[in-house]
Design a protein around this ligand. Sequence first.
Ligand SMILES: Cc1cc2nc3c(=O)[nH]c(=O)nc-3n(C[C@H](O)[C@H](O)[C@H](O)COP(=O)(O)O)c2cc1C
Ligand code: SF4
Ligand code: SF4
Length: 606
Amino acid sequence: MVGAATCGRAAGAQNITKVIRDELASRQIEATVIEVGCMGHCYAEPLVLIQKPDNPTICYGYVSEGLASMLVREFIAGDDPCIEFALAAMEVNDFIPTFEDFPRGMVEKKVVMQHCGIIDPENIDHYIANGGYEALAKAIHKSGEEVVSEIKTSGLRGRGGAGFPTGVKWETCRQFKEDVKYVICNADEGDPGAFMDRTLLESNPHQVLEGLALAAHAVGASKGYLYIRAEYPLAVERIEKAINQAEESGLLGESILGTDFNLTLEIFQGSGAFVCGEETALIASMEGEPGIPRHRPPFPAEAGLWGKPTVINNVKTLSYIPHIIRKGADWFRETGTPDSPGTAVFALAGKVINTGLVEVPMGVTLSQLVYDVGSGIDGGKQFKAVQIGGPSGGCLPESFLETAIDFDSLNQAGAMMGSGGMVVMDEDDCMVEIARYFLDFTQNESCGKCTFCRLGTKQMLEILERITKGEGALEDIDTLLNLAKNVKTGSLCNLGKTAPNPVLSTLKHFRNEYEAHITEGRCPSLMCLNLIAYYILPDKCERSCDACIGSCPVESIFSNEDRIKVVDQEKCVKCKSCMDACPPQYSAVVKLSPPELVQEKENDNG
Ligand SMILES: Cc1cc2nc3c(=O)[nH]c(=O)nc-3n(C[C@H](O)[C@H](O)[C@H](O)COP(=O)(O)O)c2cc1C
Ligand code: SF4
Ligand code: SF4
């Protein structure tokens, strides 16, 4: 099996598949090669799993073309499992540890990701063999009311960001006695750094379809849509195939499983605006209108698509449904916290060693995610903060590392669960720049309907830009706080209401960094380009080495009469190439902030 979700493909999985196929063919070995989805270990892509009789299934990571052909030669054709290249075994054995043996494995608990990366997403039989569509077969003979009641009892809260109880939403929609109702899977996923929903669609599409079918049965809908952004072509392709296979198998379409339940599913491709993930904007865009949020109430569950009662649920939310129906609400409640039962899926990115996707019980701490799952900070640097919840979320500093991750604790801490994006930052990340980056995103994505969201965020962004350039004033901080309050209260949808969160949380926890930019013209993390300068330490420069000179794209480094290298500050474009090129044994290139320090150093050195 080759991990061939988008993350695997980006790392070259398709070449690896070809190499394996060619090598097998040249040796006339009959073996099945399957392109699977993503297990979550994105840091080690491309991944290859080999299942050979009388051996445990072994997962290999960082597979190059050379390693791929070697695995065929040595393991499939021969007897050597090449354990030095194994990431982990998938079953307990005497030789190779399993993923469960690592600190990450002790924190992880897979429910919706259980079969991701180990089944063929394009083969319905793989899903069925693992209990797939059992929940639909079970629920179809129950009333919609019973299904709603089971979901209510499970305490499942929507994973699209707001954490609204799914059963309550379904109950509202169910109570409307209209002939036409709709169910929609929200797979818009526009948050920067988030790819959980895409991975589920690409790795286990039938799980999402079964969840949507159960939602339709529960509320009494016979038409459903999957709203998938057009930038997710592989997800669209796999969902399309899955719909066709389910229809051919009598699991979708007319008279499902011989009953009077009918459900037609269709894909709607969104054009990729972040605001179109907001449920009323999503409906508007499906109706052919501009993707602009509408006032609620009425909520979509009462009057949604074409004015009909409509349930909209996130991909992850729907993926939990078959498991809850199959194993029961009490089983679901055994994991997580009383108010946030179940698990949460996170996309771990930034400065951790092991980036990727992970599913953990609600209630694990941020520290467990950063250190056990992520294996800590890359390059031995110091942890600084974690941005959780994407652009709607907040930055939490080290003192919050023991915070339990669930909807309510994160809200209390000044962040948000959001959709599950999590970016880890280290000492080299400037928190003012991070706030500017997220606000720049929301400002660009604002639909412009509300004045405060449209113009208030623009003003906030301009202030942040000034501060990162060292042109801010202390009064700017009060203006930012004031504007943030107004943008939050004066905005219609959660894009505007949450847009100030990254600014507010960084101001709360890292105000000293804002003040250093403003009063000292200094960026403490040496990140803001206008406030730093590159300097070559004369006593560390190895005079006969020209590595930095060769690396500089604008020829701004010259040798002085002692052959020591010097940066011409006027010409320097601050690209960092010289710092990267300087051999580590010298480490002569440093960043200084404020830039005026260069003059001081040069004066000191005569
Ligand atoms: C600006 C904005 C973008 C959103 N994007 C998404 C999204 O991409 N996917 C999603 O499921 N929910 C998104 N939501 C939340 C949806 O409005 C809605 O709450 C969610 O789809 C409901 O599903 P759930 O109950 O399963 O969480 C977004 C909300 C806002 C304000
Ligand atoms: S808050 Fe912003 S994105 Fe939401 S409706 Fe108003 S202007 Fe549009
Ligand atoms: S930072 Fe870039 S432009 Fe500046 S001196 Fe170094 S290599 Fe040249």
